[in-house]
Structures are given as structure tokens and as C-alpha cells.
Ligand binder design. Structure first.
Ligand code: NAP
Ligand code: MG
Length: 498
């Protein structure tokens, strides 16, 4: 049955032991330097454990182990049917340990326990299952040469690939990357964010239990500037897949240019517009999703619909409906299963978000809901759902990614103006629009410069569709079979037949 109540989760927390070391070549180990860092829970400020702080030497060890097993072929040359079995077993183990993994995630970064279980861990298991099931059903190609030859076009794993991931969906973002990486036969070096290393560290031993050969998956907790940079600059890492901020994404392009030209794929930030026309099929549903999209996970979501573009004549009516969603989503103890909104990831993020709220007010936008830090006596980091009205698109709060529960409301007159405002951003991860008019919807969808366009919803089709950004939201796509393109390369083998 598993944990059900706040008391169950608190008891489970009190009995929990934390894995806190690096995982290299199939074994838990301290950082070579012996250094550690504090892992603090944003729920109440308590120190959970001390975690190994990896650096260059640890990256060298992990890449060495990953290369050795790749060259030995025990995973890279294993049949797709066997790789499938291991990934399916891993998916099962994740579901079997979902309570523990969800609890680690919640304690580590403050998301509500119910969502950690249903959204994150279900999604993680699904990723391994999906790519496991897919990998023995993909065929290579024969080229249309003339009869004097035979042209084989085959896909091969890249080799040693690095994954550097953020803290907002710690294990889910890792799984989106390592599931297709492993399915394709690569060896992996994963660096979780410093704010949320616990689930990735635990995943490593589940992978071994599932039958993954030692050295194929290595996990290196540590800081971006040290461990992250060392992976980015390593001469024997063939590719890097990064999810995080646009600023750090650009560093990885530089690291690749300075080192070995490794393949770089980036999933970066967003400032997603959500365009609501007066002829939306259901304004209540539109308002419900507009609110959920920005307040879910305390707004720490790359696709969060952070810019609400409402057609002028329905703005007041619509905003009242969105405010009701915000009022309902008040932050509470993340370990309480009824909690819809938890904490921010840490103090730094709280201060960043409060700074943006102040900037919005200074620039003349009007706070029409929330705006304050709450639950301070918990010792944790909580911010109210916040809605700004009277926002202009050139304001800081409409241009920069806040990564918090802060919604900017703007208005437009007609489709042309809506598209102009929507595209006036350095980002292009997602855009949503609500209308009953199919022709209008298709015409606008074509003009929106975003990797995903959602019509009459804000959630998209899930992991069966490619996910990633236009413009400075990134390079490459996670999700779907297209993700495999990032972790394989094509080989052309031409046989002369005469
Ligand atoms: P971040 O600061 O860019 O960090 C992401 C990862 O990069 C972390 O593991 C981080 O390590 C590492 N890193 C930081 N500085 C580095 C450096 N100089 N060299 C190498 N690695 C470095 O992002 P975040 O604050 O964790 O997450 C929030 C951002 O992620 C937002 O901008 C959000 O939009 C984006 N995001 C995008 C997607 C997407 O799919 N497009 C999904 C989720 C989040 P440390 O933790 O040690 O700093
Ligand atoms: Mg960070």
C-alpha cells in the first residue's frame, strides 16, 4: 500500500538512510579529494546529509571506467533485446521503490510528495520502459545505390556521453536523457544539480540491480563549475546533453569548442506565452490550466506558461478565474499528501524570485495576487502564487525567466498582435493558445517560434513527442524516438559488388 498520510511520510523520513557518495565503475566511493557539501532540505532547512563533492579527478575516473566498459562491448555491443530486458527491469525497480525515491525528491527539493510520486517517479519509470521497449524495434537503412554496390546506413552509439541536469525535476530530467542514452548502447556520466543529488545517486545502484554492467552508468554529485565543467571539457567524452539555464548552456558550447568538439545538446530556459482568445472553447478550463501551468512545481518548470496573453475584452473576467486557481494553490508542507504547492528549491531561488517581484512593481506592473514569502516559521522556502497585471512585454518580468510562481498578464487586440508579443522573446520552448476557430489556431501555430505549440491545453502530448526549444531555449530534442538521434551517429558502409 505504501505511505498514505503525513505521519507515514514523516516516519519514513525519520527511518531513511541517505546514499551520499559518488558512483563510479559500479561502486559507491568518496570524492578523490574527500570533500563533501551539505545537502539542505528547503522544506524546513534541515541538513539531510553530506554529499561527495566530485571534481576533475573523479570525472577522469568515471570517464575512464565508462570508456573501458564501452570498448569491452558488454553493453555497447549487447543485443537490443538484452538492453531492453535490463531497462524494463530498471523501470520495475523504480516503481517498486517509488515511495523512497519520491520521498528523497521531496526532501531534497521541496516538491509535493503526491506529485513526486505520480508525476516524477511514474514519468521516470515510463522513460526507461518506453526506450527499453523501443530499442529492439528500430531498423537501420539500405541506401538507394545502383546495382554495383550495397550501401548500409547504420546507427552506432556515440561512446561516453555526459548528462548534466537541473534540480526542478531531478530524476525525471536525468531519465529523459539516460534512458535513450543507455538504450542506444552508450556509457553515461551523470552529474545531478548540487541542490538535488539524492535520487540520481540512489538510481545508480538500482541500475546495477537491474543488470546494467558496472561502469555503464556513473553518477558524480558536485558543483557545476567543477564537476560539470570537467565533464564539458573532457577530451574523451563524446557528447554532452544538458538541461538547465541558457547561460550555462552557452558554457557547454564553449567547453566543446575549447576541447574535442563533442556533440552538445541543450534544453534551456523558456518564457512561454499562453494566448487566450475570447472564443476559447471553455474559459474555465483555460483558466484552470493557465494557473496550474505557472504554479505547478512552484513555477520551477522550464515550460511554465509565465506570460499570459489575454484578449483585451475578456481580460478582467479571465484574470479573476486564474486568481481563484492561485488562491487554491497556497503553499503547504510538501510531505502532506494533500499539498498542491511545496517550497522553492533553496534560499537563493527564493531571493531571486522575490527580487523579480520587486522589479515588476518598480516597473509599474500591478500585483493582483500574492507577492510574498510565507511559512517562514517552518524554516523552509515558500512563496505565494503571484499574479502581475498591467505587464508590458519589454518589462524585466516579461523578458527574463523567473523560475518561480509568478505570472505576468498582458493583453492583445487581435491575432497579429498576439503573435508579435508571443515571439518577442529570446526563448522559444513552448507556446499555448486557446480558441474555437480551427483555421485561426493552425495559422497562428505556424507563426509561433516555439518547439511545442499546445492548442486548447498547456500540457502537450508527453514523452511520445519531441521536446526542446527554438532560439535560446536550446539545441536538439528530448523525448520520442528523435531523442535517439542525439546519442547515436550514422555510419555509411559501402560494399562494392562489381
Ligand atoms: P543551471 O544553473 O543552469 O544548472 C544546471 C546544471 O548545470 C546543474 O547541474 C549545474 O550544477 C550545472 N552547472 C552550473 N554551472 C555550470 C558550469 N559553469 N559548468 C558546467 N555545469 C554547470 O540551472 P538550474 O538553476 O539548475 O535550473 C534552472 C534552469 O534550468 C532554468 O533556466 C530552466 O528553464 C532550465 N530547465 C530547462 C528545461 C528544459 O527542458 N528546457 C528543463 C528544466 C529546467 P550546479 O547545480 O552545481 O550549479
Ligand atoms: Mg544551479
Amino acid at each position: 500500500m505504501g505511505a498514505q498520510t503525513l505521519e507515514d511520510w514523516e516516519k519514513m523520513r525519520d527511518d531513511l538512510t541517505f546514499r551520499n557518495q559518488a558512483f563510479i565503475d559500479g561502486k559507491y566511493t568518496d570524492a578523490a579529494s574527500g570533500e563533501t557539501f551539505e545537502c539542505v532540505s528547503p522544506i524546513d532547512g534541515r541538513v539531510l546529509t553530506q554529499v561527495a563533492a566530485c571534481d576533475v579527478e573523479d570525472v577522469n575516473r568515471a570517464v575512464g571506467a565508462a570508456r573501458k566498459v564501452f570498448d569491452a562491448g558488454s553493453w555497447s555491443e549487447e543485443s537490443p533485446a538484452v538492453r531492453k530486458k535490463v531497462l524494463l527491469k530498471l523501470a520495475q525497480l523504480i516503481l517498486g521503490n517509488a515511495d523512497e525515491l519520491a520521498l528523497l525528491e521531496t526532501l531534497d527539493m521541496g516538491k509535493p510528495i503526491s506529485l513526486a510520486k505520480t508525476v516524477d517517479m511514474t514519468g521516470v519509470a515510463n522513460s526507461f520502459q518506453w526506450y527499453g521497449e523501443a530499442i529492439d524495434k528500430i531498423y537501420d537503412e539500405i541506401a538507394p545505390t545502383d546495382k554495383s554496390g550495397l550501401g548500409l546506413i547504420t546507427r552506432e552509439p556515440l561512446g561516453v556521453v555526459g548528462a548534466v541536469v537541473p534540480w526542478n525535476f531531478p530524476l525525471l530530467m536525468a531519465a529523459w536523457k539516460i534512458a535513450p542514452m543507455l538504450a542506444a548502447g552508450n556509457s553515461v556520466v551523470l552529474k545531478p544539480a548540487e541542490q538535488s543529488p539524492l535520487t540520481a545517486i540512489r538510481l545508480a545502484e538500482l541500475a546495477i540491480e537491474a543488470g546494467l554492467p558496472e561502469g555503464v552508468l556513473n553518477v558524480l554529485p558536485g558543483f557545476g563549475e567543477t564537476a560539470g565543467q570537467a565533464i564539458g571539457r573532457h577530451m574523451d567524452v563524446d557528447a554532452i546533453s544538458f538541461t538547465g539555464s541558457t547561460e550555462v548552456g552557452k558554457y557547454f558550447l564553449k567547453y566543446a569548442g575549447d576541447s574535442n568538439m563533442k556533440v552538445v545538446s541543450l534544453e534551456c530556459g523558456g518564457k512561454s506565452p499562453n494566448i487566450v482568445f475570447g472564443d476559447a472553447p471553455n474559459l474555465d478550463a483555460a483558466a484552470q490550466q493557465a494557473g496550474m501551468s505557472i504554479f505547478f512545481n512552484s513555477g520551477q518548470v522550464c515550460v511554465a506558461s509565465s506570460r499570459l496573453l489575454v484578449q483585451e475584452d475578456i481580460k478582467d473576467e479571465f484574470l479573476e478565474k486564474v486568481k481563484a486557481v492561485g488562491q487554491f494553490m497556497q503553499p503547504n508542507n510538501p510531505l502532506d499528501p494533500s499539498t498542491m504547492m511545496g517550497s522553492m528549491v533553496d534560499k537563493t531561488q527564493t531571493e531571486r524570485v522575490l527580487g523579480y517581484i520587486e522589479a515588476g512593481e518598480k516597473e509599474g506592473a500591478k500585483v493582483s495576487l500574492g507577492g510574498k514569502q510565507v511559512r517562514q516559521n517552518s524554516g523552509g522556502e515558500y512563496i505565494e502564487p503571484t499574479i502581475f497585471d498591467n505587464v508590458k512585454n519589454d518589462m524585466k518580468i516579461a523578458q527574463e525567466e523567473i523560475f518561480g510562481p509568478v505570472l505576468s498578464t498582458l493583453t492583445f487586440k487581435d491575432p497579429e498582435e498576439a503573435v508579435k508579443i508571443a515571439n518577442d522573446s529570446i526563448y522559444g520552448l513552448q507556446a499555448c493558445l486557446w480558441t474555437n476557430d480551427l483555421t485561426k489556431a493552425h495559422k497562428i501555430a505556424r507563426k509561433l517560434r516555439a518547439g511545442t505549440v499546445n492548442i486548447n491545453n498547456t500540457n502537450g502530448g508527453g514523452n511520445v513527442m519531441p521536446f526542446g526549444g527554438y532560439k535560446q531555449s536550446g539545441i536538439g530534442r528530448d523525448g520520442s524516438l528523435h531523442a535517439l538521434e542525439k546519442y547515436t551517429q550514422l555510419k555509411s558502409t559501402y560494399i562494392h559488388l562489381g
